[in-house]
Design a binder for this molecule. Structure first.
Ligand code: DLZ
Length: 196
């Protein structure tokens, strides 16, 4: 029986030819690493090739919206100019600078971007402010740019909750949520093309 929670019955989408980025925060590394691995596993399973998956990091979750925005803008410049630019160049230079970056293989703009972060509630209001800012920031980037941004931000009350949602606590019976994000990226990447 399909569980009530979750995205319903599994859908299969062919990710062949899609270009997907994963931007992840480095805070709470153990949980992050598992979530990123889960997302990547699903992308590969759906047919996205290794060379079409870009993984970039930012220090903390608060930096996710700017990381996603710059990476996508850079990939658009890259696509329109037919120039290859490294991911680190994209985050360290202005969009104008990117136009004169060195040439490698031409690549198309990203079809979807997965933003992954883990916020663990502490004893101050820090958690609430960051969670709110990041949620709104990521939504803004996706609606302003039109590229699907998958919301891979765990906002958990304890470290244990984060470990469970990364599939790292077998006894909890919880799966790795990163896998759902990988599948969502493929689905949205495919549907976005169809919706054009
Ligand atoms: C500062 C901070 C704290 C306290 N907690 C987290 C967290 O649980 N998860 C996370 O991704 N980032 C955290 N950060 C870092 C902020 O997101 C941000 O990187 C810094 O405030 C610098 O802008």
């Amino acid at each position: 029986m399909t569980p009530i929670k979750g995205p319903g019955a599994a859908q299969t989408h062919d990710g062949t030819g899609l270009r997907v980025a994963i931007v992840h925060a480095r805070w709470n590394e153990k949980i992050i690493d598992a979530l990123v691995a889960g997302a990547k596993k699903q992308l590969l399973a759906a047919g996205v090739t290794e060379e079409n998956i870009t993984v970039e990091t930012v220090p903390g979750s608060y930096e996710l919206p700017i990381g996603v925005q710059r990476l996508y803008a850079g990939s658009q410049v890259q696509a329109s100019a037919g120039e290859g630019i490294s991911a680190s160049d994209l985050l360290s230079s202005s969009t104008t600078d990117l136009k004169s970056s060195p040439t490698t293989a031409p690549k198309k703009a990203f079809d979807a971007i997965i933003a992954i972060g883990v916020l663990i509630k502490g004893s101050t209001m820090h958690f609430e402010y960051i969670a709110d800012a990041v949620s709104h920031g990521l939504m803004r980037v996706q609606l302003d740019s039109g590229v699907p941004v998958i919301f891979g931000l765990l906002t958990v009350l304890t470290e244990e909750q984060g470990l469970e949602r990364a599939g790292l606590v077998a006894s909890s019976g919880m799966h790795n949520h990163g896998e759902d994000w990988g599948s969502a990226a493929v689905e949205l990447g495919v549907k976005r093309r169809e919706w054009l």
